[in-house]
Design a protein around this ligand. Structure first.
Ligand SMILES: *[C@@H]1O[C@H](CO)[C@@H](O)[C@H](O)[C@H]1NC(C)=O
Ligand SMILES: *[C@@H]1O[C@H](CO)[C@@H](O)[C@H](O)[C@H]1NC(C)=O
Ligand SMILES: *[C@@H]1O[C@H](CO)[C@@H](O)[C@H](O)[C@H]1NC(C)=O
Length: 421
């Protein structure tokens, strides 16, 4: 990955930044640590299997960095992309009912099982490297498997980019859809997605998948089992917003469209709005799903005015994932340049004044990478990891490197003034 290799440590900048961030820190509400790890471990079937994986180099513990989370019932899904060698399982979960408030650093359990995550297994259908998973109303887990092992090393292509959908009630893969050649560019890198299911039917479902490297959006229709690629100027990065300073590491990224969030249905047309932003950008954009769901309008070269600028979030708001709490219409964002979380009530015009930074924390929210809403307890969960260090240097095993925190959505909405009325 050309964009990943440009990280370099800049000591001078780091001192300056520490001073800056001390004066700028905001903390309306502190996120509570649910889990934290120095290193990630896995629940191997038994010790002899663990030893086999370790001896063969299929398990190198320090090379495992979690990047994505999502929640369904008591399962907290955690993805561990195969950035480096030695990731034994990409898709995993933690049983919240067995561990929350009981165990601080639980081991991950591969999902649906070990074999499906084993890229050396004889069945060629292994899950290789999903970055983020999303759960829909119909108890399905969706992920885009990028198909690459040891991304920053040998960059070994094991399988083509494939959409994978799992039925959470049976733990079975119910759909595999390799993206078409026309869905991809040479630099494509599929990182995030959002799933749009109509209330009337689970078959009436679409996935919108962001391509941060090829600057595109891929729409997949479940009913048609077909996909199309959307292009737009708003999918590119902002050349003035690609400089990052995270915990003393300075790097430049050219990542385009990344974070996606979906509103409830909007009247008068009864279609949802897709909000999106580039990783290296501070502007939020929007498009109605009426445009995206229709292949003709979505792929038209005249689609420029179908997309709109939602507004500008403010300084240092670059980041990957975001999610809308559909009960309140509040959109929550991750900010890597701030080690922070922000919010915006989508019912008001987005400006730096209506956008709120609600927490910044260089330890608990260090490089916030993904967030998820658990409706059962109305909490927002955030996964933060020592990502800049992990990619370039090597994590320090003396430090806490990965943290999952949570905060009450109602507290955020009311006390942190995320809700505008
Ligand atoms: C460990 O698990 C594997 C796979 O389930 C099984 O084949 C093997 O017999 C087990 N070994 C021991 C020592 O229990
Ligand atoms: C969907 O399309 C893919 C790729 O063409 C194919 O392999 C798969 O069998 C199809 N699935 C269904 C349910 O039609
Ligand atoms: C898709 O959009 C085209 C162009 O506006 C229109 O002619 C067509 O009827 C639409 N298709 C559907 C299924 O709505």
């Amino acid at each position: 990955m050309r964009i990943r290799s440009e990280i370099h440590v800049s000591v001078g900048t780091s001192v300056f930044l520490t001073l800056l961030s001390l004066t700028a820190t905001v903390n309306c509400h502190s996120f509570e640590t649910v889990y934290s790890w120095k290193e990630i471990d896995f629940n191997f079937p038994n010790d002899s299997i663990r030893q086999e994986y370790t001896a063969s180099g299929d398990y190198i513990q320090k090379n495992n960095a979690p990047v994505g989370i999502n929640i369904w019932r008591n399962k907290l899904f955690v993805t561990v992309p195969r950035w480096k060698k030695g990731v034994p399982a990409n898709l995993n979960y933690i049983d919240l009912s067995q561990t929350e408030n009981i165990e601080m650093s639980p081991a991950l359990t591969p999902y649906p099982d070990w074999d499906t995550n084993d890229i050396h297994s004889s069945s060629s259908n292994a899950i290789v490297s999903i970055f983020r998973v999303r759960v829909d109303k119909c108890n399905r887990l969706w992920g885009l498997d990028t198909g690459i092992d040891d991304i920053v090393g040998d960059n070994n292509v094991v399988a083509p980019p494939t959409l994978i959908v799992i039925d959470l009630t049976t733990d079975k893969i119910i759909r595999r859809y390799p993206l078409k050649d026309s869905d991809q560019k040479a630099d494509s890198f599929f990182a995030d997605m959002v799933v749009d299911v109509e209330a009337d039917s689970c078959d009436n479902a679409y996935a919108y998948i962001s391509d941060l490297g090829g600057y595109g959006l891929v729409v997949y229709s479940w009913a048609e089992n077909n996909s199309w690629r959307v292009s737009h100027n708003y999918f590119y990065f902002d050349p003035l917003q690609g400089d990052y300073n995270v915990n003393g590491i300075n790097f430049q990224w050219t990542d385009g469209i990344f974070g996606l969030s979906l509103s409830e249905k909007q009247q008068p047309l009864g279609y949802k709005t897709l909000y999106f932003h580039a990783m290296s950008g501070i502007t939020e954009f929007e498009v109605s799903t009426i445009i995206l769901k229709n292949e003709t309008t979505a792929t038209s070269s005249n689609n420029y005015y179908d997309f709109e600028v939602a507004g500008i979030k403010g300084e240092l708001t670059q980041g990957p994932s975001c999610v809308i709490d559909t009960e309140t219409g509040i959109d929550y964002f991750t900010h890597v340049n701030r080690n922070g979380i922000g919010c915006w009530d989508t019912s008001v015009k987005l400006t730096p004044d209506t956008f709120h930074i609600l927490a910044e924390d260089a330890e608990k929210l260090r490089f916030p990478n993904d967030l998820a809403i658990r409706s059962e307890n109305r909490k927002l969960y955030v996964l933060a990891d020592n990502f800049a260090e992990f990619l370039n240097l090597d994590i320090s095993l003396r430090e806490t490197n990965y943290v999952i925190t949570a905060a009450s959505l109602d507290t955020l909405a009311n006390e942190c003034k995320c809700q505008s009325y």
